[in-house]
Design a protein around this ligand. Structure first.
Ligand code: NAP
Ligand code: GDD
Length: 365
């Protein structure tokens, strides 16, 4: 989370006269994008879905009571399944920029909740685009596309020209979102842009995604609070970057002269197994691997089993390898990733240890 000083700076930047709407503001990316836009002087309007418990922990550090003077962050209840709430938000905020980040974003869950995922992650996009059209809004629109679109990849590295081969209900829903965004750009001359973002992680990542699951387990095991973490496919390869870098790319896409589609990636790929190795090494628990297939185990220095396989975490169809080429984004937007893979793992482990009451081992050393 930002320090008190950073927050102060963020909330006191002179307003730049621009309003942005963010769906998915309570998620990982929504929270980083909110920090970024507030620090640029935007007024930010977020769509929050109703929950019986608080679901705003990632944006609590910038929350403002509506009775305060000079409110810069406005939250409204709504849901991507509910066109009326989307329309209401867009008409009240009258934004210059709209970032559609809301989604049922978990690939494995999309096999269990396929229809719901299609409704939110797919049709949710058209509900926003249609509301903008009805309102005759000139807002610039960003759609959170995904490297999952490439699925069973037809080319490596993947670029904006690589054909899609979705491998899950989530990816199929994102394909719908991608194509309607492009279609509304062509049909109605809307400034509608697709980011095709490869995996990006952070200390704010949801704990059921593999990176955060591993770093949290690493921290917890290192503090004696847990014995083993159970994972699925250790051979899957992902192009992992830092979410803070990736939300800058989203903003840059909406500042470009023309709407377009951009791959955002690091250009490096690593296996889940490598991620585990780096993560446990951070807390002085180097892993060695024993066994194969379902019997493979990650063993710690004292022979303890730190990683084990649970086939429940395998997917009906897997995406084996993702590796993006972000050359177009660098050339046309001037965007480049700033955080290395090692720095990312380090940052996540340190944050998870701190959240569990542990010290930063590198500082202590
Ligand atoms: P996330 O942490 O799962 O956040 C998803 C957001 O969507 C949350 O704010 C969630 O609200 C909201 N949401 C879910 N269902 C909703 C509904 N029915 N109506 C309104 N809001 C709803 O995802 P993320 O990692 O920030 O990703 C942001 C976007 O980028 C997603 O569209 C994701 O699919 C896409 N993407 C992510 C990555 C990545 O590696 N992170 C890569 C490519 C694309 P709650 O907080 O209440 O759950
Ligand atoms: N979640 C999870 N849990 N994944 C595991 C596990 C486990 O215990 N064990 C192995 N994996 C493997 C998955 O099979 C997958 O190959 C890889 O780790 C990454 O899984 P996730 O972290 O769940 O992310 P994802 O790649 O499926 O999807 C994420 O990235 C996409 C962009 O490529 C999500 O953020 C999507 O919303 C996003 O579009």
């Amino acid at each position: 989370m930002p320090t008190a000083q950073e927050r102060e700076r963020m909330m006191n930047t002179p307003k730049n006269g621009k309003r942005a709407v963010i769906t998915g503001i309570t998620g990982q990316d929504g929270s980083y994008l909110t920090d970024l836009l507030l620090s640029k002087g935007y007024e930010v309007w977020g769509l929050v879905r109703r929950s019986s418990s608080f679901n705003t922990s990632r944006i609590d550090h910038v929350y403002q009571d509506t009775h305060e003077d000079d409110v810069r962050l406005h939250l409204m209840y709504g849901d991507l399944s509910d066109a009326t709430s989307i329309y209401r938000l867009l008409s009240e905020a009258d934004p210059h920029e709209v970032y559609n980040l809301a989604a049922q974003s978990h690939v494995a869950v999309s096999f269990d909740m396929a229809e719901y995922t299609g409704d939110i992650t797919g049709l949710g996009t058209i509900r926003i685009l249609d509301a903008l059209r009805e309102l005759r809004s000139e807002a610039r629109f960003y759609q959170a596309g995904s490297s999952e679109l490439y699925g069973k990849v037809l080319e490596t590295p993947q670029t904006e020209e690589t054909p899609f081969y979705p491998r899950s209900p989530y990816a199929a829903a994102k394909a719908y979102g991608f194509y309607v965004t492009r279609n509304y750009r062509e049909a109605y001359d809307m400034f509608a842009t697709n980011g095709i973002l490869f995996n990006h992680e952070s200390p704010r990542r949801g704990r059921t995604f593999v990176t955060r699951k591993v770093t949290h387990a690493t921290a917890s095991i290192s503090l004696g609070l847990q014995d083993t973490v159970y994972l699925g496919n250790l051979d899957a390869k992902r192009d992992w970057g830092f979410a803070g870098d990736y939300v800058e790319a989203m903003w840059m896409m909406l500042q470009a002269d023309k709407p377009n589609d951009y791959v955002i990636a690091t250009g490096e790929t690593h296996t889940v197994r490598e991620f585990c190795e780096l993560s446990f090494a951070e807390v002085g628990l180097p892993l060695r691997w024993e066994g194969t297939g379902l019997d493979e185990k990650g063993i710690g220095p004292n022979g303890q089993v730190l990683v084990s396989i649970d086939p429940r975490y395998f997917r009906p169809t897997e995406v084996d390898l993702l590796l993006g080429n972000p050359a177009k984004a660098e050339r046309e937007l001037g965007w480049k990733p700033r955080t290395s893979f090692r720095e990312l793992v380090r940052m996540m482990v340190a944050s998870d240890r701190a959240s569990l009451g542990g010290t930063d081992l590198r500082r202590a050393a």
